[in-house]
Design a protein around this ligand. Structure first.
Ligand code: PEP
Ligand code: MN
Length: 264
């Protein structure tokens, strides 16, 4: 399927130049934590805020997200900072709640995009919805499964779609939390040239030091944007603490990125 009528992720007020930046904590933890991160990021010119409300954790018993209560905090972020807000959805119910709360952009996580039943359910819930939806690669390095997940949304009428490269799970220990295997998103771009492509250096790297070099690599490879985890006190984060950076560090990193004018 060619999907040649896909539309760019245009949100009024967002600069058209690369990279499109989405930043915010891995998880919404408390109202204060969400607002503090949002204010600091807004001051650094970040226009799209991210925070996970429902968290797909590997094992039960850990922090699994604050749930719908966090949507009210995102509404406050919008009202107080003027940022667009985004969150992860994994079920029909999540979509319903997020849309009702006025969330501006949704992303689908790597565990969900690996599941065709879940993707089909989400496509049904999103039918006719006109907000950007970004699909992370499945945890396993399966390009067809990734494209299939995107196609299910496309078939439900969605056109403001995008992909997020967050690396691929491997049993082998390497410096990465998830292997970049850059040839896979590059092949996705060859197959779907109009599909906006973002990189998530936080989940690829799994540690702070890797965020800058991975972001630079993504820019060099022509990626359109970055989604980065940022928390005011990363060492105290309730999830993914090693890979979150403060808004100041994020800003420094964004300013040191070398970005060529044109893509491809
Ligand atoms: C996240 O973005 O916090 C997340 C859970 O990511 P992934 O689906 O890539 O593991
Ligand atoms: Mn995370």
């Amino acid at each position: 399927m060619e999907m040649n009528d896909l539309q760019p992720i245009i949100l009024p007020g967002i600069p058209a130049r690369r990279p499109l930046v989405i930043a915010g904590p891995c998880s919404a933890e408390t109202e204060e934590q969400v607002l503090a991160a949002a204010r600091a990021l807004a001051a650094q010119e970040v226009k799209i805020f991210r925070a996970g409300i429902w968290k797909p954790r590997t094992k039960p018993g850990g922090f699994e997200g604050v749930g719908v209560e966090g949507l009210r905090w995102l509404q406050r972020v919008k009202a107080e900072t003027g940022m667009y807000v985004s969150t992860e959805v994994a079920t029909e119910r999540h979509v319903f709640e997020a849309l009702k709360a006025g969330v501006d952009l949704l992303w689908i996580g790597a565990r969900t995009s690996a599941n065709p039943f879940a993707m089909q359910e989400l496509a049904g819930a999103l039918r006719g919805v006109d907000i950007p939806v970004l699909v992370k690669n499945p945890v396993n390095p399966d390009l067809e499964l990734w494209i299939g997940a995107i196609e299910r949304l496309y078939n439900a009428g969605l056109r403001r779609l995008g992909a997020i490269h967050r690396g691929f799970s491997s049993y082998d220990r390497t410096i990465y939390r998830n292997q970049p295997q850059w040839h896979i998103p590059i092949e996705l771009r060859r197959r779907l040239p109009q599909l906006p492509l973002l990189c998530d250096p936080s989940h690829i790297g799994g540690k702070r030091e890797l965020i800058a070099p991975l972001s630079q690599e993504a820019m060099d490879l022509g990626f359109d944007g970055l989604i980065v985890e940022s928390h005011c006190t990363p060492d105290e984060a309730w999830s993914d603490k090693q890979q979150q950076v403060t808004p100041d560090v994020l800003c420094f990193m964004l300013h040191t990125l070398v970005v060529r004018e044109t893509t491809q």
